[in-house]
Design a protein around this ligand. Structure first.
Ligand SMILES: [Zn+2]
Ligand SMILES: [Zn+2]
Length: 219
């Protein structure tokens, strides 16, 4: 008895599509492998990239490096979202799937013990900033004016905690807290005062009403 593990579907855009085996659904396959253009976040901006040579061609990389062109949109997306900066032209880690690499790809299985989802990005950024970015900024910040220095300087602001500045901010925050506390007490006293005035006025109103009633009975 044959057991179907994944949905059966065929690529209806390219006959005998050689990339069909690298997608799990028809919908994902169309958008990852055959979309004629896609928008992507690159260097802090949303840019449009085209699939070169039609729907069975490769997507261009927004950096313009021909060696970065990929069939799979996800691979371009991976290269554009690295905290360590855009990879070099010869980096092979983000190549399109081959049958070997696809069969060994990491599956998305949630293992709570190994990857705490929320703390992951925070802890890695604050404790281990990418070493290359730190060295670059200590030297000359703008020796090569491509997109990289911009990204790296952003990373540094995020990554390296400035303890002096933190202490100053903490003090300032404490001072404001105390000031607020004082103001609050003063206003609470004012409210109590106003409330007692209201009580007095209510009593006055009641007295007047009784007077009015007394007049009515007299008529
Ligand atoms: Zn296809
Ligand atoms: Zn690129």
């Amino acid at each position: 008895m044959a057991v179907a593990t994944e949905e059966t579907w065929t690529c209806d855009l390219v006959p005998n599509c050689p990339l069909e085996k690298f997608s799990t659904s028809s919908k994902l396959h169309r958008t990852d492998y055959h979309s004629l253009q896609r928008s992507i976040q690159y260097a802090g901006e949303t840019v449009l990239i085209r699939r070169l040579g039609g729907q069975d061609g490769k997507l261009e990389c927004p950096c313009g490096e021909p060696k970065h062109a990929r069939y799979n949109y996800q691979k371009i997306s991976n290269m554009c979202s690295l905290r360590t900066g855009h990879p070099s032209a010869d980096e092979t880690k983000y190549n399109d799937w081959t049958e070997d690499t696809y069969s060994q790809r990491p599956r998305r299985i949630r293992t709570k013990s190994t990857t705490p989802a929320g703390s992951n990005s925070d802890s890695t950024t604050s404790t281990s900033p990418p070493p290359t970015s730190k060295r670059k900024s200590d030297e000359q910040p703008s020796s090569s004016r491509n997109i990289r220095p911009k990204l790296q300087s952003n990373d540094i602001i995020e990554c390296v905690p400035n303890t002096d500045k933190l202490a100053v901010l903490k003090k300032e925050s404490d001072r404001l807290d105390k000031k607020l506390e004082k103001k609050k007490k003063k206003e609470e006293a004012e409210i109590r005062d106003l409330e007692s005035q209201i009580e007095d006025l209510k009593a006055e109103i009641d007295a007047k009403r009784q007077q009015i009633n007394a007049y009515r009975f007299r008529e």
